[in-house]
Design a protein around this ligand. Sequence first.
Ligand SMILES: [Ca+2]
Length: 298
Amino acid sequence: MKKYLVLALTAAIALGSFAACGEEEKESSSASSSSSVSESSASESSESESSESESESSESEASTSDSSEATSDESTPTEEEPAEEPEKPVLVADENAITFEDGDIYTAYNIDVDAEGKGNGDSSGTNLTVAEYNGSKMLKIEVLEQDDSGNYKVPKVGFDVDALVGAENVDKIKSFKFDMFQVAVGTFTGEDGTEVLCPANFIGGFGGNSPTTEDPSRWVSFGEFSAAEWTWDWVYSEFTGKILLDSNKFEAGQEGCSIVLMRWGQPNQADIYIDNITFYDADGNSIPIVYTPGAAAE
Ligand SMILES: [Ca+2]
């Protein structure tokens, strides 16, 4: 699993470094980065299914919406300041969504970290807490580590899926959805020395493992998200990831099933807030959460 992950990340980080921050060419660089990420992800997730994986990535990516994208049309991209802060969206939670309102982190954990919680290689340890943002409690992911160049390393946050929905129900999962805010905390210093609060260059993805005996390293690609368009120090995305190939579905009774959120490295500090994680079956019905708050797996 790690081998595939590292390959995908290396490619994506290299591409992500070309993404512009608040400049005119950001749209084109974003588009090229996104499509390139999809291709690299598809080619590495499963060679024998590369054509289908590619369409999977494309479909997942297409379903990622970005609130600041709409507002950016209203302002001239070359303006120094956004005209007005856009309204943050009002989030609606499904009855079976993980809302984090009880303060529990719902099995969230750092992967690819050592015993002290420090990231291996390009991975960063994170501080995982429940915090209020935009009037709602959410899982707050604070990236703690920088590389030698000062760039913030890659957070990799997993969720224990069979603990959330019950091992006997993991095969019902066809898709999942969550709300995400990415919020700039530290400033990014541009090449001209200008310091800006920049939540952008946010390119990441959601994957998962399917620990079958047939192929325990199988990596399920749920798709990538990209938020290089921005007008303020925050950006909102609704992410929907789908398992398009039946062979990639979790199998009933399996334990150790996970979904993993990653965000590629970026130059400034920025927190990730996620909320309303909801799992859906093939008919689009939400799957109940059976996890007991307070029983966090660590
Ligand atoms: Ca909430």
